[in-house]
Design a protein around this ligand. Structure first.
Ligand code: SF4
Length: 311
């Protein structure tokens, strides 16, 4: 849950999750739709799907017990180097260094490593392995990550009060604000129109079966420059009477996912003319029952606004 998300945001999600799923068996026995609904608002839904798949494998193949070896953990869906090392050190006290963005920044500065390529990543890991205390690897890893989060800040690190400033090369050379070197964020901007097509208190939506948002429901979107009426005809069939049926526009919102930042302009259209029929997997969902279906959180906020404006 904490990947790409700050602790403060995660706490209510984590508590709610633990109340509903107190153990692996509870996750494995759940319905994927419920898992995704509880994950709403955290983004990166593949993590939730992987937890679900891992829980089912653990129940089926490992008698409900999380493996206590690094290699066996890596075989579970969604567990990469970072998560496996975190579990090994925090749950089992084994000497595996955890290299998150905070730890990477601290060590890059301590060693004055300007570059951030794969060799540097290996060097950081090797460096962190040496001082890992036996049986206290978890505490050590947490300390390094917390140092990065609270003292060795990415902007304006608090070097004067840093407990390791005596052997930090970046501090000694006054390079702390230049390391790690900034990499272009690579965010791709998109602008789209989000179509909220309403027919007899139902809304058109589609469940994604694969890819990035697999298991979630999405609403139709078209490029910002697209022709809305022609697009509506494409979504619900050419017999639709979409002309002159714009009901209202809603607040534009931004949807952040992977490397994209998508600006969504929601428009509400009434399409309750004769002959309305969805194709290509699109379905009509009752607006009053929309909470039962998992949507990306930005869509959820738009749907909440839609319902509020319908009252
Ligand atoms: Fe980071 Fe400054 Fe501490 Fe070095 S001395 S680890 S740059 S806070």
């Amino acid at each position: 849950m904490l990947q790409q998300t700050v602790v403060k945001t995660v706490i209510p999600f984590f508590k709610r999750w633990l109340r509903r799923f107190p153990d692996v068996a509870a996750i494995a026995a759940a319905d994927e739709r419920e898992i995704l609904t509880l994950w709403e608002g955290l983004g990166y839904y593949s993590r939730a799907r992987n937890i679900y798949r891992a829980a089912r494998l653990i129940m089926r193949q490992r008698d409900g017990r999380l493996p206590d070896s690094y290699d066996a953990l890596r075989e579970l869906p969604g567990i990469g180097e970072y998560t496996a090392a975190a579990i090994m050190s925090l749950a089992f006290g084994k000497p595996y260094p955890v290299v998150d963005a905070n730890a990477r920044r601290v060590v890059s500065r301590v060693l004055a490593l300007k570059k951030q390529d794969i060799r540097v990543k290996r060097r950081i890991k090797t460096f962190l392995k040496k001082p890992l205390p036996p049986r206290k690897a978890g505490a050590f890893n947490e300390a390094i990550m917390e140092l990065g989060q609270t003292v060795c800040l990415s902007r304006k690190p608090l070097c004067e009060s840093c407990p390791i400033n005596t052997f930090c090369l970046a501090f000694q050379r006054n390079l702390q604000n230049l390391i790690p070197s900034k990499i272009a964020s690579g965010t791709i901007q998109k602008r789209s129109i989000l179509l909220l097509l309403i027919a007899n208190d139902k809304i058109l939506a589609r469940r994604k079966e694969s890819g990035l948002f697999a298991g979630l429901w999405l609403l139709p979107t078209i490029p910002d420059s697209g022709r809305i009426k022609a697009a509506i005809g494409g979504f619900i069939g050419s017999a639709a009477k979409a002309e002159d049926s714009l009901l209202r526009t809603l607040r534009p919102r931004t949807h952040h996912y992977t490397r994209y930042s998508q600006r969504l302009k929601p428009v509400v259209y009434n399409v309750s003319g004769k002959g309305v029929h969805p194709g290509d997997g699109w379905r009509w969902l009752k607006v009053g029952e929309i909470d039962r279906y998992p949507f990306p959180s930005v869509y959820r906020r738009i749907l909440d606004e839609l319902r509020a404006t319908q009252r």
